[in-house]
Design a protein around this ligand. Structure first.
Ligand SMILES: O=C(O)CCC(=O)C(=O)O
Ligand SMILES: [Fe+2]
Length: 358
């Protein structure tokens, strides 16, 4: 994850939420100010003809063979042109997504000392709540608090607020089912057998990470950032939010505002699908902006390979002429550890130096 700001030293603020709620905060404390790089600020585009693809996932389950192959074709286009798409008719009840967002809100509303119980330091801690992105690496304080739990293959969640665990379990399961269907179709869209990704990533034991982001209303939103431009690890990320906009994806060198329809899921291609597809499908750069009026919340569900499975490009997708896979072989666990300690290049792929460095 790259940011352009110089290193800053923050005071020991436990959460941005507590800071935002502290009396008379009328301007942004300087340690939260994020320097937007002028060269990295393309125009915002709301161009209607260039809009995010929509995938009807129900057709993959109950459609005719023609409908199924049409959706596979749409997925190929969506993943190669955009690296993201909106999913409809997915079977995750809207009421469940709403209940999940509310439960996260209740978690963030807990007294600071109670949330501290879940304060983890290591990327492999199964439950982690905190502020920023990666405190040992961040060069700027992010206007964002988070809670992350590993929900598969082992389910972990905080034991409060009441009902949180049950909702998180159901929500994670139902979304994982959607990803299972998508990964089969995406395998086919790459010209591979349907179960290729399942097997290559050992998806049966694949890590699922349930993360919630809490971005309080910010007194000077244009000077701050929720999460700077980054790529997600894993195969596919599902994103939903509380209806407050702020998510942007980079497409054709422009930032696009993404407004997720209330009953849709937003799906992003992540780094390990890029590796597996040998760059045919590239993970998408995205960021979260903050605003002055309302608290924004989002939920990101990362679906990755099994932690100890070595991930490499599918041999069928490696160009025989150059005979050079564009990505380094590595377990997902190692990838996460290197990323956490800043020893993985932000776009990790491609050159030989990188493979030597890791
Ligand atoms: O808040 C959002 O919409 C995006 C969150 C995100 O990119 C992440 O959690 O990795
Ligand atoms: Fe992300």
């Amino acid at each position: 994850m790259a940011s352009e700001a110089s290193t800053v030293h923050s005071p020991k603020m436990k959460s941005v939420k507590a800071l935002a709620e502290s009396a008379s905060l009328s301007s942004l404390p300087s340690f939260y100010s994020f320097t937007h790089n002028a060269h990295d600020e393309p125009k915002i585009s709301d161009d209607a003809e260039d809009s995010v693809p929509i995938i009807d996932v129900s057709l993959l389950v109950s459609g005719t063979p023609e409908e199924r192959s049409q959706v596979v074709h749409q997925l190929n286009k969506a993943c190669s042109d955009w690296g993201c798409f909106m999913v409809i008719n997915h079977g995750v009840p809207e009421s469940l997504t709403k209940a999940m967002i509310e439960s996260f809100q209740e978690f963030f509303n807990l007294p600071e000392e109670e949330k501290q119980e879940f304060h983890g330091n290591h990327v492999m801690d199964p439950i982690r709540c905190g502020t920023g992105f990666n405190p040992s690496m961040d060069k700027v304080n992010l206007w964002r608090d988070y809670l992350k739990c590993f929900t598969y293959p082992e389910f972990h969640s905080p034991n409060k607020p009441a009902g949180f665990s049950e909702i998180a379990l159901e929500f994670s399961k139902r979304n994982r089912e959607v990803v299972t269907v998508l990964l089969k179709a995406i395998s086919k869209s790459l010209g591979l057998e349907e179960s290729y990704i399942d097997k290559a990533a050992n998806f049966e034991l694949g890590l699922q990470l349930l993360a919630a982001n809490y971005y309080p209303a910010c007194p000077e939103p244009e000077k701050a950032i929720g999460i700077p431009s980054h790529y997600d690890h894993g195969l596919l990320t599902i994103l939903v939010n509380n209806g407050v906009s702020g998510l942007q994806v980079k497409h054709k060198e422009k930032w696009f505002n993404i407004n997720i329809h209330p009953n849709a899921l937003f799906v992003q291609v992540a780094d390990h699908l890029e590796i597996l597809s040998n760059g045919k499908y590239r993970s998408i750069a995205h960021r979260a902006l903050v605003n002055k009026k309302a608290t924004r919340m989002s939920i990101a569900l990362a679906h990755g390979p099994a932690l100890d499975t070595v991930m490499r490009p599918a041999p069928e997708l490696v160009d025989n002429e150059s005979d050079q896979p564009a990505y380094v072989e590595m377990t997902y666990r190692k990838f996460l550890e290197l990323q956490q300690t800043g020893r993985l290049r932000s776009k990790f792929q491609s050159d030989i130096e990188q493979s030597k460095a890791v």
